[in-house]
Design a protein around this ligand. Structure first.
Ligand SMILES: [Fe+2]
Length: 208
């Protein structure tokens, strides 16, 4: 019998953010806990199906469905942890020009403002998902991507550096759906750049 890992929801102290209410965050934490629970439950069910050392043919449809759902729930859990971890109370807006992230954005995009325009642009895209800034492991370059739901669009092997949830549940108590750009401004006012910098590998982008 394989052993499935049992995850525990992490606790984040994020009351008093600018432009994102405590009610939103409390609701969001509950949703996140749901992803952790589902990840554990699906993993256990998969482990049960594998209990006899193979998946029986008549159980294959169930096994396939569990594995598909696991991709959604697992990414939902992990992306929320990145998201909560890159927020903090009393944050100061954009990173300082001398900060590691600012320098990396400049090195990749030529200008921090261009990186930001790209990341914010992704956040404003229609649909349900995430804007994620990754670092390419081979050369250290930053790369911004749209993730549909939680699992479609993640780049294999790339490391999430800054993660922004743009599902409506992330802001609907505070802003109308059409006002997503206001939520994105609020997100930027609360970024914990120190936490972001800790995720960065110290690599300079190579000139191509
Ligand atoms: Fe969310």
């Amino acid at each position: 019998m394989i052993k499935s890992t049992s995850y525990k929801p992490r606790a984040f102290n994020l009351s008093g953010l600018k432009g994102i209410s405590d009610k939103t965050m409390e609701t969001h934490f509950k949703l996140y806990e749901g992803y952790v629970k589902q990840t554990n439950e699906l993993s256990e069910k998969v482990a049960e199906l594998l209990g006899k050392g193979k998946v029986d043919q008549d159980q294959f449809p169930d096994y396939s469905e569990l594995k598909r759902r696991l991709g959604f729930e697992y990414n939902g859990m992990v992306l929320h942890e990145y998201y909560f971890e890159n927020l903090k109370k009393d944050a100061g807006g954009d990173p300082a020009p001398s900060s590691p992230f600012h320098r990396q954005a400049e090195a990749t995009f030529g200008d921090y403002k261009l990186w930001k325009a790209d990341f914010m642009g992704i956040g404003k895209m229609r649909g349900v998902g995430w804007a994620v800034c990754y670092q390419e492991p081979g050369n250290g370059r930053l790369s911004n991507h749209w993730i549909t739901l939680h699992e479609t669009g993640n780049v294999a092997g790339y490391k999430p550096i800054l993660v922004m949830d743009v599902w409506e549940h992330a802001y609907l108590f505070d802003y109308k759906p059409a006002d997503r750009p206001k939520y994105i401004e609020a997100f930027f006012a609360n970024i914990d750049w120190k936490s972001v910098a800790q995720r960065l590998e110290k690599k300079s982008p190579k000139k191509k």
